[in-house]
Write a protein that binds this ligand. Structure first.
Ligand SMILES: *Cc1c(COP(=O)(O)O)cnc(C)c1O
Length: 412
């Protein structure tokens, strides 16, 4: 990666260069590597997350509530920090629920979503008093039974599978047949069912995609989600208290990706609020974001173990790879493999550059962190850094594959 690209990916002041070494929030990467104790490691920058949320809030209407989607980065220290910054936490399993509750966030501001919630998970969530995003008729039946037995109606919201989808989204999670949520045309009947059961109805959750960098597509999805919520509200068994509009805000990973301009998105939300209020005066508007809040705060750092030339091509073999960072290897949802931003952390601007591939230690040709990339010339012991690694990194990776030790995670 060239220094210009570093500048583009590291717009924030938390990554810089001093004496040709990457700095992380003002500290030398070499010093952080000593603190980590060994490579590979993930490092997440607390101050980055703080400023990111502050900046985002300044561009969104005051009454939009911000939730953090824990699955993006469930490291407890990260979730604890995020819990101080946001209005709520969204989880996708009972383990994530426990991490969220451990932060001290009030249960009412925690919600759980995901298909295939087991009866035990539903019972745990109901007992904790968090909001359960209902995704099937079975979940309604089970929660109704829990409400009857406990005498305490579980808090529920209906996760809607909308008839539209977020365009050019990396991963589509709404529109057409989906395992997520309840088809929007079925929702009026479902709301009647909820009315008959001991359930506390809270509102709607409409999530239509992820990793989107297109302002027009995000605006369109938000408009259509607000319309859909207003239409469904007419059938609601109780006043709508919350509308979760999902998120889908992307971050730039690849050459040509432009960072998302939040200003027009904030303006659009501002213009939607009077209409939403006229149909649902008690509803709070929630955005639930994972990647956008933490993705750029994190680095993955591994060490060059070997430098090999094979038929004229240079391979930097590192102690890190797809088992610890599946997304950077291109095997987590990418259709065409593209290089994440990668650089040599202790020789960022080295005048001598070459085209090299960075590969991991696994016995599979899929284990590639950078394919034929221009990098500073690197040798045994040098540090390879993968930027944009704060979300869907370690916990989205098959860390047991080949049995190498797990990486260190630290927050600075
Ligand atoms: C994964 C997920 C998110 C977070 O998506 P990002 O792309 O990380 O912002 C939010 N809500 C739900 C329901 C999800 O499943």
């Amino acid at each position: 990666m060239s220094i210009d690209e570093l500048g583009r990916h590291a717009r924030h002041p938390f990554f810089g260069v001093r004496e040709d070494c990457l700095t992380v929030d003002g500290r030398s990467l070499l010093e952080i590597a000593v603190q980590a104790g060994r490579t590979p490691f993930y490092v997440y920058v607390r101050r980055y997350m703080t400023d990111r949320v502050k900046e985002l809030r300044s561009l969104l209407p005051d009454d939009v509530r911000l939730h953090y989607a824990v699955k993006a980065n469930p490291m407890p220290a990260v979730v604890n920090h995020m819990a101080q910054l946001v209005d709520g936490l969204d989880v996708a399993s009972s383990r994530e629920m426990q991490v969220a509750l451990d932060t001290g966030m009030v249960a009412a501001n925690i919600s759980i979503a995901g298909p295939g919630k087991t009866n035990d998970e539903l019972a745990q969530a109901a007992a904790a008093g968090i909001t359960i995003n209902i995704e099937s008729e079975r979940e309604i039946r089970v929660l109704g039974e829990i409400g009857r037995r406990s005498g305490r109606p579980p808090r529920v919201a209906v996760r809607v599978n909308p008839e539209f989808e977020l365009k050019t989204s990396g991963m589509k999670m709404g529109g057409g047949p989906k395992q997520f949520g309840i088809d929007s045309e079925r929702v009026p009947d479902i709301l009647q069912e909820i009315r008959r059961l001991p359930l506390e109805f809270r509102g709607f959750h409409i999530f239509s995609g992820s990793q989107n960098l297109r302002v027009d597509a995000l605006i369109e999805a938000q408009c259509r989600s607000a319309e859909l919520a207003a239409r469904l509200a007419q059938h609601a068994p109780a006043p709508v208290r919350m509308i979760n509009l999902g998120g889908g805000f992307g971050i730039p990973y690849f050459p040509g990706d432009q960072p998302l301009d939040i200003t027009p998105i904030g303006a659009n939300l501002r213009s939607l609020i009077p209409e939403i209020r006229s149909h649902m005066p008690d509803a709070e508007l929630i955005l639930e974001l994972g990647r956008y809040l933490v993705g750029e705060s994190g680095l993955y750092v591994c060490r060059v173990i070997d430098r090999k030339i094979s038929r004229g091509h240079t391979f930097l073999v590192t102690d890190g790879g797809l088992h610890q960072h599946l997304a950077a290897s291109g095997n987590f949802g990418q259709v065409v493999r593209k290089n994440y931003p990668v650089l040599i952390g202790n020789h960022v601007r080295e005048a001598q550059r070459e085209t090299a591939s960075v590969v991991g230690p696994l016995c599979t040709p899929l284990d590639v962190l950078a394919d034929r990339m221009e990098l500073s010339v690197a040798h045994e012991g040098d540090l390879v850094v993968v930027l944009q690694s704060g979300a869907y990194g370690l916990t989205a990776s098959p860390i047991e594959f080949l049995g190498h030790p797990a990486p260190v995670e630290l927050v600075v």
